[in-house]
Design a protein around this ligand. Sequence first.
Ligand code: IP8
Length: 243
Amino acid sequence: MTTVLKLGGSVITEKETPETVDDAALQRASAALGGSSGRLAVVHGGGSFGHHYAASHGVSTTAGTRDDVAIREIHGAMKRLNAAVIDALVETGVPAVPVHPFSGAYRRSDGTLRFPEGAVATTLEEGFVPVLHGDVVAHATEGATILSGDELVVALAEALSADRVGVCSAVSGVYDADGEVIAHIDSFDDVAAAVGASDETDVTGGMAGKVRTLLSLDAPASVFGVDGLGAFLDGDDPGTRIG
Ligand code: IP8
């Protein structure tokens, strides 16, 4: 059983204060992961680390930069967050190891992502828990652009033929127009009015983008809050099941 899990940046950091880990939330998430079994690849988002520097340098998934200072600042912040996540996971007995996308992933000029999937697959097969993160990556003809954790989750899930995908977010699931968590989504059209419009090519477009992208996966996905993480890792479907 291979599981790809995203820990949202807004879950594990205090989003309003630059470079601040939400220690309590990270410890809760790590404690849940400490009890999990099977093959697990973790991806975390940027929260108050990467997004802060990406915004200050005007870099996004589509707006590139040729400024090496910007690349070092964004990547450096993400490495610091990654180290904090790994430290917390190691404390709970998870054999977590870092995988930094900038060192091996890149985009072609048409925006398609290439990343070292063999390295991640081998790391998993050898019993480690690779911990990847949203990052800045070289982008042919654009300099460098942002790779979001969501995009990485989808690419990893496909490359590893994951059995399950989990997105641990700051909210308890996908909400309907009345503010109730939707238990199951199998068609974007059914929830489009509730989650808002989404550009089909935008994988980082908030909840609408997440739903659309997760629906395109072969593996079932779940969106849940940190309270649901333990249940998800035990094989349940907390929050919203997508697909
Ligand atoms: O928080 C963004 O990843 P996300 C990563 O998953 C950076 O969108 C570097 C801003």
